[in-house]
Design a protein around this ligand. Structure first.
Ligand SMILES: C[S@@+](CC[C@H](N)C(=O)[O-])C[C@H]1O[C@@H](n2cnc3c(N)ncnc32)[C@H](O)[C@@H]1O
Length: 239
């Protein structure tokens, strides 16, 4: 008798508040016998796992080491190893979940895992459960409408550089800048040059201990910023 290959569920656990998990995600997390999470290879801490820990029913938990590097070869090798680990569990016939912060297909390690798994086994059954994104929660916390009427908004990475950030700011009504913490001085400078500092709101650790909203970015100059932080820029005519 051949063993059936299990299903992998890519689960978005929301940005921090354990009550911002969908009912569907919760149901699956209580059912699956195996749960994987990405963690830095330097330590085994996974924010996503921490968010759902209070909901788990004794599933086996495994951290997948994710090297903090931009080297594409090192990353590809790590993801192949991680994908093979997940595949081995599924081939034992067990269903498994991979938990991820916010939404699994928005700037998420799940994207790499999914791509690698599909290369290794194209017919694998993978079900993705969307999650509340960090920027939806940040917009809610700061009471900032992201778009109304015919407006549009961009979601960009803080690492894209000042020139492209300025381009994005020129093209749309609202810009959400994720991954700001290391790039704050450059982002601050670009906003100051465009006279948009007064249109920007800094939001960090939404739904987690230390949650903060700062409406004057000048207060943050020189301060150490948390990894989980973003800036929402809403241009003047839309304020
Ligand atoms: C790798 S991305 C993960 C995005 C996530 N998948 C989502 O759907 O929002 C990490 C970035 O998301 C943002 N982020 C995630 N959770 C957050 C939170 N609770 N508070 C503020 N920013 C958060 C920060 O900008 C952080 O640098």
């Amino acid at each position: 008798m051949t063993t059936r290959t299990g299903t992998l569920y890519g689960i978005g656990v929301g940005p921090g508040d354990p009550e911002l998990i969908t009912l569907k995600a919760l149901k699956i997390l209580k059912q699956v016998p195996r749960i994987f999470a990405a963690a830095s290879s330097k330590n085994t801490y996974s924010i996503a796992l921490n968010i759902v820990r209070c909901h788990l029913n004794g599933a086996g938990i495994e951290n997948l080491p994710f090297p903090m590097t931009k080297d594409p070869e090192i990353l590809a090798a790590a993801w192949e190893q991680n994908a093979r680990r997940v595949l081995a569990a599924l081939k034992e016939g067990q269903d498994a979940a991979f938990v991820t912060l916010g939404d699994p297909l928005t700037y998420s390690t799940f994207g790499y895992l999914l791509k690698t798994l599909k290369q290794l086994q194209p017919d694998l059954t993978v079900v993705t459960i969307p999650g509340v994104t960090s920027y939806s929660a940040a917009a809610a916390l700061s009471q900032t409408p992201l778009s109304e009427g015919e407006e549009s908004f961009y979601v960009v990475s803080g690492a894209l550089g000042a020139a492209r950030l300025k381009e994005a700011l020129a093209r749309t009504d609202t810009v959400v800048i994720l991954k700001t913490y290391r790039h704050f001085p450059e982002i601050y400078q670009a906003l100051a040059e465009l006279d948009l500092l007064d249109c920007a709101t800094f939001i960090s650790r939404v739904g987690l201990e230390g949650e903060t909203v700062v409406r004057d970015l000048r207060e943050l100059k020189g301060a150490p910023l948390p990894y989980l932080s973003m800036i929402i820029v809403k241009k003047p005519r839309h304020r």
